[in-house]
Design a protein. Structure first.
Lengths: 350, 519
């Protein structure tokens, strides 16, 4: 199956700084893909390259099998059939909601445009806002208008730039799941850019991890979480501490005990631990408590794992700083890396 | 596409400038002794320096008082101190020349009662310095008022917490932070001084600008006029550089800290009255006294109303046409400048260039067209006149338009493009409507300046085509001051609403609130 959107070795430089570095990725019809990376990693630039607001220095961007941008030529944004929802939504302040949503429907008659606009507003449950002005809308409403506006032109791909960053905690969760439901129902092909790992894992069918202009790893959120290619990629998706270990004959010895690690070359390694890799256990290794902090339903302990500080949620009677607790290492949350943290030297343990 | 149109707009400014250069090195100079040229240049320099110094002090102190202090009348002075912008400098000259004339009623009464006369002659370089300073201090006042309002309130609070009084805070904190704005405001005042013809000519002070007009009108030599213009062009370039440097500093001034304007401090009874007196003096000097004197003498001779009506129609027509053309060209330049910033710098040279110089620069290309189609006299002259206005005022219009366009979040035009609009389509549907207020501001600035314009109009106007400024000048030169008052006051009346609106707009624009919205 040909991908709907395909990037081949796309690079973009600003001066001497390579902001997007030989990025290749594919997006298939009806999928929701997520580009996750810290701020400044080049993910927004990548989005602008796809939208046509910027041109690549190298590489090729294809939409529906057609080349829309290369180093030699680039189709203007209006000719690409790509919808972009800006981080600030970019609603036109001098137009009301109906005019904003109908803005891209210039080819239609007035009546057709009106019908189409109201169909979209209905789909996003904002028909009552048709004559409202953008500044009077809540953040979530503004976003729905912006997405309806982008979808009005039936784009082949919808690009969302940090779509939920302007919303606060509780609201964000509700807006996000409602919006995702709508987009899936419409069968839209979507590429979302975000810096929030929890959000990325919640919405993505396909997840791309980006750092320093490069795609580090691509795959389903679960694979990426459980089988990261390196510490940097692992930490993009959540907390991970790394402790020293020594591989000998298919086993890795750590301060917390031994792990099976078939196929790992003998020698020093790093063992990456997700928070859930540490479990309180009476028969576990004794480690010293560095600090204790009250955390509502229990305590958050800071443990000394052979010179590396790691935190652990503790629901029993809490030991004071300086005392020891016994913890066990759960292999499901542990990954073995090479001595420098990169690259991975073994498959994850079963 | 927009880049090409912008380049055409820049050409409108560059045409007269290169015309001046070409003419200056041509043949056919009148025999004007070099000593005369040097004398004119010397007088011009003295005027520029003195007016610059006086307007700097008056404008900055007035702005400091109204922004940072509470005193009687402050709320009125905040906007009223800018009103002299509506009064043409030549009208001030007529009023003061008559009021302070040696044979005038004021000095006659003074001599009779005290036996002494004022040691002061208004028709002198000193008198010109006073008149021009009174006319042009609002440029500094407005620049400094905006700058003081934009001072981070925290800086002034910190100064106060560290034990600085008002005066010390002014010199050690406020002034250093706003020096770029001061430079920009003074540069504008000095540019206007260099460009002034009507006031200095009436006060019998000979400057390079009067030289330009004289060389053309008396000696009939475009070449000599252009030679007088060259030092003016050089001075213009220097002033422009100062003004631009000031603008660079402005970004730094406001910074990215959360904006809160400084809280005004109440002044005690004595200092408060002194502050009010100072502001009242400026307002009287720049507007109330000369306008009042002209108004009081209106009745002496009944004005020729039909002639005034025609002139007012001509002035307004030229002003509106000039405003439309200038704003259109400036908008193109502003849009095109995103890709070619050097265009804007070139166009700005026009603002510093006196109108007389622009007119001289357009005479040569005009001559060519005239010889090609002799019948086009009046229409061509009017077109050239509008072009001269556009060339001179392009930069003045460009500044608010540029500011208005940059206030628009870049995502808005980009969104229009991803929604299928071409570059020009997104300009028409998004950027120009959102910058509408700025376009109006620019148009009014141009309109007011054209209503007051004299030398370029004198040189380029068609035969028997009078504007209010031209008939005021003609009456004044015939020493019929009573009659010169009517057209002068008409100009004031026409410009005043625009100036009031502009003043409010500048005050409202003070907080950098990010973007324009409309309900």
């Amino acid at each position: 199956m040909t991908p709907l959107l395909e990037l081949r070795q796309v690079s973009r430089r600003f001066g001497s700084r390579v902001v997007v570095d030989s990025v290749s990725l594919e997006l298939h019809p009806g999928r929701i893909a997520c580009l996750l990376g810290p701020s400044g990693c080049g993910k927004s630039t990548l989005l602008r390259l796809v939208a046509g607001l910027d041109r690549p220095d190298q590489g090729e961007i294809r939409i529906g099998g057609q080349c829309v941008a290369s180093a030699a030529s680039a189709a203007p944004p209006e000719a690409r059939g790509v919808g972009l929802v800006f981080q600030d939504n970019a609603l036109f302040p001098h137009l009301d909601v109906e005019a904003n949503v109908g803005f891209g429907l210039s080819g239609l008659s007035r009546a057709d445009r009106r019908r189409e606009v109201h169909r979209l507003l209905d789909q996003f449950q904002i028909a009552r806002l048709a004559s409202a002005w953008p500044h009077s809308l809540s953040g979530g409403e503004q976003q729905r208008v912006a997405i309806a506006r982008a979808l009005a032109r039936a784009p082949s791909v919808l690009l969302l730039d940090e779509p939920f960053s302007g919303l606060d905690g509780v609201l964000k969760e509700a807006v996000r799941s409602a919006l995702l439901d709508d987009l899936r129902r419409l069968g839209a092909t979507v590429l979302v850019v975000t810096h929030d790992p929890e959000e990325a894992m919640a919405i993505a069918d396909d997840l791309f991890l980006m750092s320093d202009g490069r795609i580090l790893q691509a795959g389903s959120p679960e694979v990426l979480y459980r089988q990261p290619v390196g510490l940097v990629a692992a930490r993009l998706l959540g907390e991970m501490v790394d402790i020293p270990g020594m591989a000998v004959a298919g086993r890795v010895e750590t301060v917390l005990g031994a792990l099976a690690a078939p196929g790992v070359n003998d020698g020093p390694v790093r063992v990456g631990l997700r928070p859930e890799a540490l479990q309180p256990a009476g028969d576990g290794a004794a480690v010293r408590v560095l600090a204790r902090r009250f955390a509502g339903d229990g305590y958050r302990l800071t443990l000394d794992l052979g010179g590396v500080a790691a935190s652990l949620r503790w629901r029993q009677a809490a030991p004071a700083a300086g005392e020891t607790v016994r913890v066990r290492l759960d292999p499901a949350g542990a990954v073995v890396f090479g001595d420098a943290g990169e690259p991975q030297v073994s498959e994850r343990l079963p | 596409m927009i880049g090409v149109l912008a380049a055409c707009a820049a050409a409108v400014v560059l045409l007269p400038l290169s015309g001046v250069m070409a003419a200056a090195f041509g043949e056919g100079a009148a025999r004007i002794p070099l000593s005369d040229v040097l004398r004119y240049a010397g007088t011009t320099a003295v005027l520029a320096l003195c007016v610059g110094a006086l307007t700097a002090v008056a404008g900055a102190v007035a702005a400091w008082l109204v922004v940072m202090h509470r005193f009687p009348g402050r709320s009125v002075f905040t906007w009223a101190l800018a009103l002299p912008l509506a009064m043409p400098a030549f009208a001030l000259a007529y009023g003061y020349a008559d009021l302070l004339d040696v044979a005038g009623p004021l000095r006659s009464t003074l001599r009779e009662t005290t036996g002494q006369d004022l040691p002061f002659e208004i028709r002198s370089p000193g008198g010109a310095v006073f008149v021009l300073s009174a006319a042009f201090y609002p440029y500094v006042f407005l620049a400094m008022r905006a700058a003081f309002l934009n001072l981070p309130g925290s800086a002034m609070d910190a100064a106060r917490m560290l034990g600085l009084g008002s005066t010390a805070a002014f010199f050690r904190v406020a002034l250093p932070l706003t020096r770029p704005a001061l430079g920009a405001g003074v540069a504008l005042a000095v540019m206007e001084t260099l460009a002034d013809y009507g006031a200095v000519h009436f006060l019998s002070v000979q400057t390079l600008t009067t030289g330009v007009v004289r060389a053309w009108s008396v000696y009939g030599s475009t070449v000599s006029a252009a030679r007088f213009a060259l030092p003016l062009l050089a001075a213009a370039a220097v002033l422009l550089w100062i003004e631009r440097a000031g603008r660079r500093g402005r970004v730094h001034e406001t910074g990215k800290t959360r904006w809160r304007s400084p809280d005004p401090v109440p002044l005690g009874r004595g200092p408060g009255l002194a502050a009010a007196a100072f502001c009242l003096f400026l307002l009287c000097a720049g507007l109330l006294v000369p306008a009042g004197w002209l108004l009081a003498h209106l009745g002496a001779q009944s004005p020729d109303w039909s002639r005034l009506a025609v002139a007012a129609r001509n002035s307004l027509g030229l002003g509106l046409a000039g405003a439309l053309v200038t704003v259109g060209l400036a908008a193109l330049l502003a849009l095109g400048s995103e890709r070619r910033p050097q265009l804007v710098r070139l166009a700005s040279l026009g603002y510093a260039t006196p109108g007389a110089v622009m007119a001289i620069g357009l005479l040569a290309p005009a001559g060519v067209i005239w010889s090609l189609s002799p019948g086009s006299g009046t229409a061509l002259a009017l077109v050239l006149l509008v072009l001269a206005y556009a060339a001179r005022l392009m930069a003045a219009a460009l500044e608010p338009i540029d500011a208005g366009l940059t206030r628009i979040r870049p995502s808005l035009p980009q969104a229009a493009q991803t929604l299928g609009r071409s570059e020009i389509g997104s300009v028409l549907s998004i950027r120009l409507p959102l910058a509408g207020g700025s376009l109006l501001t620019a148009g009014l600035i141009v309109l007011v300046d054209i209503l007051k314009e004299l030398p370029a109009t004198l040189i380029l106007r068609p035969f028997n085509f009078d504007t209010l400024a031209v008939i005021a000048n003609n009456y004044a030169l015939d020493e019929r001051l009573g009659q010169a008052g009517a057209p002068s006051l008409l100009i004031l009346l026409l410009s005043l609403p625009a100036v009031i609106w502009l003043t409010g707009r500048i005050a409202a624009a003070a907080p950098p609130n990010g973007r324009e919205t409309r309900p």
